[in-house]
Design a protein around this ligand. Sequence first.
Ligand code: GLV
Ligand code: MN
Ligand code: MN
Length: 416
Amino acid sequence: MTSLDHDKAFLADFATLSQFGETRGGGVERQAATAADGEQRAWLHQWLTDRGAEVHYDGVGNQFGLFTVTPGAPYVLSGSHLDSQPLGGRYDGAYGVLASAHAAHRAVRQWATAGSSPRYNVAVVNWFNEEGSRFKPSMMGSSVFTGKLPAETALATTDPAGTTVEDALRAIGTIGDYEGPDVAAYAEIHIEQGRGLENEDTTIGLVDSTWAARKYQVVVRGDQSHTGSTIMADRRDALLGASLLVVAVRELAEESTQTPLHTSVSEMTILPNSPVVVAREVRLHVDLRSPDEALLDAAAKKLAGTIPGIEERASVSIEQVQTHGWGVAPFPAAGVELAAQAADDLGLSHQNVMTVAGHDSVNMKDVAPSIMLFVPSVEGISHNEGEFTHDQDVCAGTDLLTEVLHRLMSGAMDSR
Ligand code: GLV
Ligand code: MN
Ligand code: MN
C-alpha cells in the first residue's frame, strides 16, 4: 500500500468510528459501558480479528487485540480509550485507539515483508473508562491494570443511576478473565487538547512529563427548608455554601499569576434540587492542576483554609476528600529521544511538551517504558463536540506511531 492508501484507509475507518454515538453537533456521546460504547467495541473487535489479531477482555473491560508474530515473546502495547465525555469530541481517545490499530497492523506487515521476526509482538489496547464521566475516577481501566486501583473497587463503582461498572460491562458483553499481555513497552498517541503545537506550527508533541492533578469529592451539608417561609437567619443553605466554594476554587487560579494553576468545580449534585426547597446537601467535584506540585499542594491547603469561613457564613458543614490525583513525573528520556529520531526520519516537526490532561500513559509509564505522542488540536478545543484535528496531522501521527511501534518491536527501548 502507498502512503496515500494508508491515509485513505485510516480516514475512512475514523469516519466509521465517529458514527458510533454521533451527536448533532458533530461530536460523539459514548460514555463508558453504554450501548454506544458496546457498539464501537464490537466494531473494533471485528476490525482486529479481520486482520489476524486475537481479541481478549480482562476483568475490568480493558479490550486487547494481540498480533502475535513471535510466539512466546512479550508485547509492545499501544492504545488509548474509545469512551467519551457527554457531548464529547470525536478525537479524544478514539484517535489513539484507531491509530494504534492501524499502526500495529502496518508494523506487523512491515516485519513480514522484510521476512524477519521482531523481538516483540504488538498489541492494541482500548482502556476501559478513561474519561471518568459516568464512573469515577478517570483512567479506571489502566489504573487497575497498573495496580493502582483494586479491580473489586472499580467493579463496584456506581454511576448516578446506581448501576455498577460490573453490571454495565456485562450488559455490553465486554468483560472477561484475560490477565493482560506481558508488556515490553507502551505507546500512546492523543490529540494535544491545548494550543501549544498549533501556536508553534509543529506537527508532533513529544510528551516529556505530566502536570500534577488533585481531585476532590466535597459534600456541603445544610438543612432542607421552605424557600419562602423560612426566615433568612434560620437557613442552612447547602447551595450557598457550594456557591461560595465554587468562587473560592476559581480565585485560587486567579491569584496564581506566576505559575499556571487550572482549577474547576466540574460537577454538582443538588439535593433535593426542587424549586421551593432550600438545598439540604450539595456534592461537588473539585479538580486542581499545575505543572508545579508544590504550588498545587499550597493551593489545596489554601482551599481547605477557606472552608471554615464558608461553613460559618452559610451555616453548613463541609467535608472534603481527595479521590484521585497524580504527580509531576517524567516520561523516560530514552522514549522521547526514540520518538524524536523517528519523527526526524519521517521529516515531521516536533517539540517536547508536558501533558496537562491525564492519560492512560500516565499510569503505564510507571510500569513499562512508555512513549506519549501528541498531534495538534485546532484552537485547543477539547471535551467539546467542536474538537478538531486536521486530516494531515492525524495521518502524520499515525505514520509516526507506526515507525515508533516498529522500532519498539525490535527492542529499541531495551538497553536504554
Ligand atoms: C483525565 O482524562 C483527566 O485529565 O483527568
Ligand atoms: Mn483522552
Ligand atoms: Mn478526555
